[in-house]
Design a protein. Structure first.
Length: 290
């Protein structure tokens, strides 16, 4: 569906995206990377907001050229990290406005309005002002504006940051449903969002991107390197200050006695037990070997 070849973006002397090559198919692909990795830059290029400095992009055979922009935009939906919703409009007025800006005529807007409100579970609040919505509802409205024109490609930038656990789960379920009929690229810092919603993963660091066909390929980077152990304060402090050991979980069982989970290339102590890695642990190993 989407093909990216050697995609590069430079801001002056800074290269934010380095020769990224990957494909996106129907379903949900996670885009994981630390701050400054280049995730937003990639999404903005895909959303046609930024022009790449080099490389090639095709969506269902249509190339990213000036002549094709309108055609591409009709097939792409984007929820940016910070979206400017209009607080004094009602939910339906806002969606009506966005859809008109996208060139939809009033009969197709009317046909689509109830459907899209239902898809994002906002049908009860269509007449409410945007300003009265909760944070989670605003994010779902953000998705509604991105899918009102039924795009084949949906780009979502850190959608669950700041949401409470209930809204985060609701939002993930929404993204999962949307991934049944289109390609979704979900950029996030939250590995749990990826392990729950995504099949495929793009990992990014310092502008470099590596594509993985399955989440389990990333998990496997930490295979044989995850350990569980009980420690007392002294040993815990020693492990904490060891740069080759990452503590990924810590539970204080009683004062001065901890159960910890660590990523370490070799067994950190005699009584350490090998554990199955998580996506977060695989991702950490990947990040630190770059
Ligand atoms: N308009 C710009 N001009 C110059 N440099 C930029 C611009 N936009 C981004 N950068 C730089 O490009 C790099 C990648 O930034 P980008 O925002 O794409 O990363 P990110 O992975 O989305 O980070 P975060 O998770 O913090 O949002 C960073 O070093 C950033 O400072």
């Amino acid at each position: 569906m989407l093909v990216a070849e050697q995609l590069t973006k430079r801001y002056g002397s800074k290269t934010a995206l380095q020769e990224a090559t990957f494909t996106l198919e129907k379903g949900i692909t996670g885009l994981l990377g630390p701050n400054g990795a280049g995730k937003t830059t990639l999404l903005r290029i895909l959303a046609t907001y930024h022009k790449a400095s080099g490389g090639r992009l095709l969506l269902n055979g249509v190339e990213w050229t000036s002549a094709n922009m309108e055609k591409l935009r009709a097939d792409i939906g984007y929820l940016p990290q910070h979206i400017g919703l209009f607080p004094s409009l009602t939910v339906t007025e806002y969606l009506d406005y966005i859809a008109s800006m996208r060139g939809m005529n009033s009969s197709s807007i009317n046909k689509r309005m109830n459907e899209v409100l239902r898809e994002v579970n906002l049908e009860e609040v269509g007449r409410e002002k945007v300003r009265s919505l909760s944070g989670g509802m605003k994010q779902r409205l953000g998705i509604a504006q991105a899918i009102i024109h039924e795009p084949a490609l949906l780009l979502v930038d850190e959608p669950t940051a700041g949401l409470d656990p209930e809204e985060r789960i609701r939002f993930r379920n929404l993204i999962k449903r949307l991934g049944h009929s289109r390609a979704v690229l979900l950029s996030t810092h939250i590995t749990e969002d990826v392990s729950v919603t995504c099949d495929r993963v793009l990992l990014m660091n310092k502008g470099w991107l590596q594509s993985h066909d399955h989440v389990r390929e990333v998990v496997a980077y930490a295979a044989g390197s995850v350990w569980g152990l009980q420690t007392e304060q002294g040993k815990y402090e020693q492990l904490r200050s060891d740069p080759s050991v990452f503590i990924t979980d810590l539970k204080e069982q009683q004062e001065g006695l901890y159960h910890i989970r660590v990523v370490a290339a070799s067994k950190p102590s005699e009584d350490a037990q090998p554990l199955q890695p998580t996506l977060e642990e695989g991702y950490m190993v990947w990040l630190n070997r770059k």
